[in-house]
Design a protein around this ligand. Sequence first.
Ligand code: SF4
Length: 398
Amino acid sequence: MEAEGNLQLLLQNPDLSADLKHIAEKVLNSERITFDEGVILYEQGDLGYLGVLANYIREKRHGLKTYFNRNFHIEPTNLCVYDCKFCSYSRLLKQKSEGWEYTMDEMFNMVTKYDGEPVTEVHIVGGVLPQYDVPFYQELFSRIRAHRPELHIKALTPVEYHYIFKKAKIDYATGMRLMHEAGLQSIPGGGAEIFHPEVRDLISKDKCTGDQWLAIHEEWHKLGNRSNATMLYGHIEKFWHRVDHMERLRQLQDKTGGFQTFIPLKFRNQDNQMSHVPESTVVEDLRNYAVARIYLDNFDHIKAYWAMISRTTAQLSLNFGVDDIDGTLDDTTKIYSMAGAEEQHPGMSTKQLVELIKNVGRQPIERDTLYNVVTDFTNFEFPETEPKPQYYKLPVIN
Ligand code: SF4
């Protein structure tokens, strides 16, 4: 394997520091790196070094396969009782005129609009408001399940669950069981931000804590279900906060095995209360994907959102540990464009997405939520004119 050859070559470099050489040897021998070694990677690992290690792990796990899925999003509201400093999406209650609050019927009608479309998942996430409570989501999930049983429901984060369970005066275990019985099948990765209170208290003080976020995922995993995890990076956190974040995830994953995918989310500074904080560079974005791939040795997948980081950076990220670049999009989801993402009007058909992956020598695989292969596009021939582009939306940051 070429990736292994590159790692062997790297190990022969006489200029490599003892620490970096030791970490590279560990990676070659599939040994877990420590917390301190994670910090060393961030502080000393240059782009070339990190890329060699991360790509070795990525190709050992997935070969050239690069995953994407076909889903659509429902964002119940962009109003929120919380006030996260980095959030460009939520409008505070006092700015209600700029917001939307969909009713149960409006959301259900959005689902029926996709009847007959080849989507495998509905992703539901948005702001937090009192009317969206436990009975509301029980009914919504049940109606979707009854209408289209094969559509995978991936919905809400611990931010919403903590709020609605507290309001209903039920514990996390009871709440997650009720959601599961109503038809919920997966939890997306949002709301994690940075777990450490030193950072979390400054950027999103009032919502669930890091420990509560992890506790809710743990209850969900105990029911035999899967979820994802994110990390909002590149703002006021230090490198060790990122390692601390990943360490907490790694420990829970050792315990439950319920996480599927880790999704680093780049902080964007447009139109939010942290506009004065500079954004990370592309080099730092790629380094961060690579460190995540190296550190999270018990996570199967690392995902990048191409619309957030641009198409070319997404292509590059496939050499830095990323094996999933989400899906095609339309521009009706505002969360990333409002935050200043690279693609202000993102849109890519299945054919374009497949070509984007193939153009950098990878194999495009359409997956469902649980990473079962839906279509292997490696040798797929598209008709001259694609009948209709298939578009997918991005999740909100929450
Ligand atoms: S990040 Fe989520 S919880 Fe925070 S203000 Fe925005 S929508 Fe609300």
